[in-house]
Design a binder for this molecule. Structure first.
Ligand code: FES
Length: 361
């Protein structure tokens, strides 16, 4: 079993991967397999310049070649920080060897001076204050310390949390895995369970081509809308689907968006953070709400050999403010709007739930 590990000292989002890979290996051994760790480019969003986007396809190619050139029968894909997830999925779809994705999980909530802070917007707000001389360097450093206080990805519903959720929705990760905070003990258990499962997937010859269908991409798009997920997900989903020979376009996203309310009350669209989302029931609770309304395709297969419907039959929600109901959504229609016009003849994407009113004209 190859374990593609996107760990590096420069990627704080994956700083727990040194430990997690050992837990995955333990699971592989438990199931009777033999684990081989294969390091791959890490793509830490914070340090890689000019943009990790430049290297998404590069990582996809590297992962493909790692799978191709080594004598492995199945692979565990360790990713989470923004571009790593789509890159690893792209590689696994192209190679079509039994593959399972292990999401890095989000970091814990940010705190500073009694205020809960989220990655991204809140950093930029304090950075603007620092540049304007409204706060001193020491205060700014305290803010940063409070914001990034554990291993794991950004803890808002940014690209990382969105893509981890979509990988699970596509059926490529164990049910419930993508919402577990990186440093929660449940994350370590999930890593071991992932290692155990890939061995069985090899015996069952359960390949991505048996899991991935047009319906699974519709599901991923619906979940992206319901979470108020990242607009970058559109870019990545199109690329990932392309590797499976499935064509997605902006009109399809638009149609789905118009039918799907935003239920995830998570920054930057809403109020809470990924840790709150996990305590509220996480992705399984959202999937259950959409299944109950008949919006998701329930019969698509996932890595555990069961359908998404079977996996989430009994999922519960513990907080209706974090994961809203259909009767009380964050916004009535979806997370994105597709715009067309003379500035962007081929289309552009706007995330209305995170946009200021002046952008709506
Ligand atoms: Fe890694 Fe945001 S910097 S997920």
């Amino acid at each position: 079993i190859g374990i593609i590990n996107t760990w590096s000292d420069m990627n704080t989002c994956h700083s727990h991967f040194k430990q997690r890979v050992e837990e995955i290996k333990r699971g592989v051994y438990e199931a009777g397999g033999f684990p081989i760790e294969l390091p791959a480019m890490s793509l830490g969003e914070i340090m890689v310049k000019p943009s990790t986007m430049l290297y998404r396809n590069f990582l996809a190619m590297e992962a493909e070649e790692l799978i191709r050139c080594h004598p492995v029968d199945g692979v565990v894909l360790m990713g989470g920080c923004d571009k790593t997830t789509p890159a690893l999925l792209m590689a696994s779809f192209t190679m079509d060897l039994p593959a399972i994705y292990m999401p890095a999980g989000p970091m814990l909530r940010g705190y500073y001076a009694g205020e809960t802070l989220g990655s991204g917007t809140d950093v930029l707000r304090y950075w603007a204050d620092r540049r304007a001389g409204l706060i001193d360097q020491k205060t700014f450093e305290n803010v940063i310390g409070g914001l990034s206080r554990s291993a794991g990805t950004c803890m808002v519903m940014g690209t990382a949390a969105t893509m981890m959720s979509l990988a699970e929705t596509l059926g490529m990760a164990l049910p419930g895995s993508s919402s577990i905070p990186a440093v929660d003990s449940g994350h370590a258990l999930m890593a071991t369970a992932t290692g155990r499962r890939i061995v069985d997937m090899v015996w069952e010859d359960l390949r991505p081509s048996l899991i991935i269908t047009e319906a699974s991409f519709d599901n991923a798009t619906i979940i992206d809308m319901a979470l108020g997920g990242s607009t970058n997900a559109m870019i990545h989903l199109i690329a990932v689907a392309g590797r499976a020979g499935i064509k997605l376009d902006l009109d399809r996203f638009d149609t789905i968006s118009r039918k799907t309310p935003v239920l995830g009350n998570i920054k930057p669209s809403g109020k809470y953070l990924m840790e709150d989302f996990y305590y509220a029931g996480g992705l399984p609770a959202v999937i259950k709400r959409l299944l109950d309304k008949g919006i998701l395709h329930k019969d698509v297969l996932t890595v555990n050999g069961k359908t998404i419907g079977e996996n989430n039959l009994k999922s519960l929600c513990w907080n209706d403010d974090v994961i809203r109901t259909f009767e009380n959504p964050l916004t009535k229609d979806g997370g994105i709007k597709v715009l067309k016009g003379n500035i962007a003849p081929n289309g552009a994407i706007l995330k209305p739930s995170a946009a200021s009113p002046k952008l709506m004209q």
